[in-house]
Design a protein around this ligand. Structure first.
Ligand code: DUC
Ligand code: ZN
Ligand code: ZN
Length: 476
C-alpha cells in the first residue's frame, strides 16, 4: 500500500519517519512502514508502528549492494585473506551495505559443487548482512561444463567469474569460449577479469631482470594496454557466441573506450568500476620502503587522466555498477602484503585492497557531494543495478512496497575523515587513510532489523542469510 495522507495499518513493526526517500527514479519526503522484514507502506505519515526511527534530516536509501567482494577466499600458499564472513559483513554494514556478493572459488582439480558447499559452510551463521555467491571457474572440465555448472545455475548461482590472468586461474581463449557458450545456453552472467596473462608475464620478467622489483613494478607490469587488449578479446569472444557479459573492475580510459565502442555497436557488454579508479593513482604504489604494497591491486590504479575517463564512463552510463572489489590482506603480516617473498619482487605481493566499508562514502562524496552525479545515479550504481543485473530484483535494491526492508540512512552533510581506527574490516590499514568525505551512513537495516547504528554493529551475527538468485535481467 502506498499513499498520501496519514496511514495506519493493523501491524507495522517499524516506521522510519520524517526522512527523504531516494530511489533510482525519485527523491521524495515520506515515512516508510515495515512489517515482517518488508516494506509495507510508504506514505506522508505512518502512525501506530510498534517502533519508530526518527530520520528527520536524513536520506532513506536502499542499502548498498556490493556485487564484487572477496571474503575468506583461498589466496595461494602462505597467504590469508584478512576478513572472514563476520568481519567483512560487519564492515559492509558499517559502510551502509545490506548485501555482499563474494566468490566461491573452484581451485584446479576441485569440483565446483564442492567449492560452493565448503564456502557456504564458512558463511553460514556468520553474516551481519545478506550474502549471495558468484562462482569462480578455474577448471572448466567436461564434467564442470556438462553437469556441475548447469546444475548450479539452476540452483541459483547465476553468475560466475573467469580470469584472463594469474597462473592458478587463467583460462585460455578456447576455455573462455567454452565457458561463454555454456553461460549463454544457461542464461548465466559471466564476469570477466580482463588483463592479458602472457603480456603480464613478459613485462614482469623484464622488470625483474632490470631490478624493478619494488611494489611500483606491479603498476609498470600491467599498463592499460594489457587491460585494453584483454577487454577487446573478451568482447570479441562474447560477440562470437552472442553472450551478454560483465567486465569487472575497469581501471581507465583504454578499457572504458573498448566497452563504450562495444555498447555503441549494440553488444550487451556491461561494466563495473571501483573507488580505487576514481581516487588512487599508480603513484600511490611508490610509497617509501614497502608502503606501496598497500595499494597493489589488479588492475592497478592509473593516473588523473584515467580518473577523468572513469567519471566520463560513470556519467555517460558506460558503467552500470560501482563495486569495491574488496580483497583485504594485512600489511604488517607474514601471511599478507609483507610475506617473506614480497621484498624480492612485486609479483609476490598479494593483489587486492580493502574497500567494502568505504566504497559508498567515497562515491557519495566524490560523486553526489561534488556535483558529478545525481542521487538517483548514486542509488543505481550502488544498489539498484546490482540487484537487477544479478537476479535479486524486485526483492532487493529499491525502496518500494514488497521489497525487503534493506535500508541505509545517510546524513548527506556529515563530514568524516576516513581512518583505520574507525573501520571494522579485518585489514590493518585502509588505502583511504586521511581521505575526507561529505556524506556518511548513520544506520543500516537488513530486512527491517537495525544492524549498524552510528558506526556500532548491533545485533547478533547470523541475521544475514545466504541467498540464491534468479537469472538477471541483463542476461535475457
Ligand atoms: N581481481 C579481483 O577481482 N580482485 C582482486 C584481485 C584480482 O585480481
Ligand atoms: Zn579480478
Ligand atoms: Zn575482485
Amino acid at each position: 500500500m502506498s499513499g498520501r495522507g496519514t496511514e495506519t495499518m493493523s501491524k507495522i513493526d517499524l516506521a522510519i519517519r520524517g526522512g527523504t526517500v531516494v530511489t533510482a527514479s525519485d527523491t521524495f519526503r515520506a515515512d516508510v512502514g515495515i512489517a515482517d522484514g518488508r516494506i509495507c507502506l510508504i506514505a506522508d505519515e505512518v502512525k501506530g508502528a510498534a517502533r519508530e526511527i526518527d530520520a528527520r534530516g536524513l536520506l532513506v536509501m536502499p542499502g548498498g549492494i556490493d556485487s564484487h567482494v572477496h571474503i575468506a577466499q583461498p589466496s595461494g600458499p602462505g597467504i590469508v585473506m584478512a576478513d572472514d564472513f563476520a568481519s567483512a559483513t560487519a564492515a559492509a554494514a558499517a559502510g551502509g551495505n545490506t548485501l555482499v556478493m563474494p566468490f566461491a572459488l573452484q581451485q584446479r582439480g576441485q569440483s565446483l559443487r564442492g567449492a560452493v558447499e565448503a564456502y557456504r559452510t564458512k558463511a553460514e551463521g556468520e553474516c551481519h548482512v545478506d550474502a549471495s555467491f558468484h562462482l569462480i571457474v578455474s577448471d572448466p572440465t567436461p564434467a564442470v561444463l556438462g553437469q556441475e555448472l548447469p546444475a548450479l545455475v539452476k540452483d541459483g548461482y547465476t553468475s560466475f567469474k573467469v580470469f584472463m590472468t594469474y597462473d592458478d586461474l587463467v583460462l585460455d581463449d578456447r576455455q573462455l569460449l567454452e565457458v561463454f557458450d555454456l553461460a549463454r545456453r544457461e542464461r548465466a552472467l559471466v564476469m570477466v577479469h580482463c588483463e592479458g596473462y602472457d603480456a603480464i608475464r613478459f613485462m614482469t620478467e623484464r622488470l625483474e631482470r632490470s631490478g624493478r622489483t619494488e611494489p611500483y613494478g606491479h603498476a609498470l607490469s600491467r599498463p592499460e594496454i594489457v587491460e585494453r587488449e584483454a577487454a577487446h578479446r573478451a568482447i570479441s569472444h562474447a560477440e562470437l557466441v552472442d553472450l551478454p557479459m560483465m567486465i569487472v573492475h575497469v581501471s581507465g580510459r583504454e578499457a572504458m573506450e573498448q566497452i563504450r565502442w562495444a555498447q555503441r555497436r549494440g553488444l550487451k557488454v556491461l561494466a563495473e568500476t571501483c573507488p580505487q579508479y576514481i581516487t588512487l593513482t599508480a603513484d600511490d604504489l611508490k610509497g617509501l620502503d614497502m608502503e606501496g604494497a598497500k595499494y597493489v591491486c589488479s588492475p592497478p590504479p592509473r593516473d588523473a587522466e584515467s580518473q577523468k575517463a572513469i567519471w566520463e564512463g560513470i556519467v555517460q552510463g558506460v558503467f552500470q555498477t560501482f563495486s569495491s572489489d574488496h580483497c583485504p590482506f594485512r600489511y604488517e603480516a607474514a601471511d599478507g602484503k609483507l610475506n617473506p617473498k614480497a621484498r624480492s619482487s612485486f609479483r609476490w605481493v598479494p593483489n587486492g585492497i580493502p574497500g567494502v566499508e568505504t566504497r559508498l562514502p567515497v562515491l557519495f562524496s566524490e560523486g553526489v557531494s561534488k556535483g558529478r552525479i545525481s542521487l538517483q545515479r548514486f542509488v543505481e550504481l550502488s544498489a539498484t543495478n546490482h540487484a537487477k543485473i544479478y537476479g535479486l530484483y524486485p526483492r532487493k535494491g529499491s525502496i518500494g512496497i514488497g521489497f525487503d526492508a534493506d535500508i541505509a540512512l545517510w546524513d548527506p552533510n556529515r563530514k568524516e575523515t576516513i581512518r583505520q581506527e574507525i573501520l571494522h574490516h579485518g585489514a590493518d590499514y585502509t588505502p583511504w587513510e586521511g581521505f575526507e568525505v561529505t556524506g556518511w551512513p548513520v544506520m543500516t537495516l537488513v530486512r527491517g532489523e537495525v544492524v549498524m547504528e552510528e558506526g556500532r554493529i548491533v545485533g547478533a551475527k547470523g541475521h544475514g542469510g545466504i541467498l540464491q538468485r534468479e537469472v538477471g535481467s541483463y542476461a535475457n
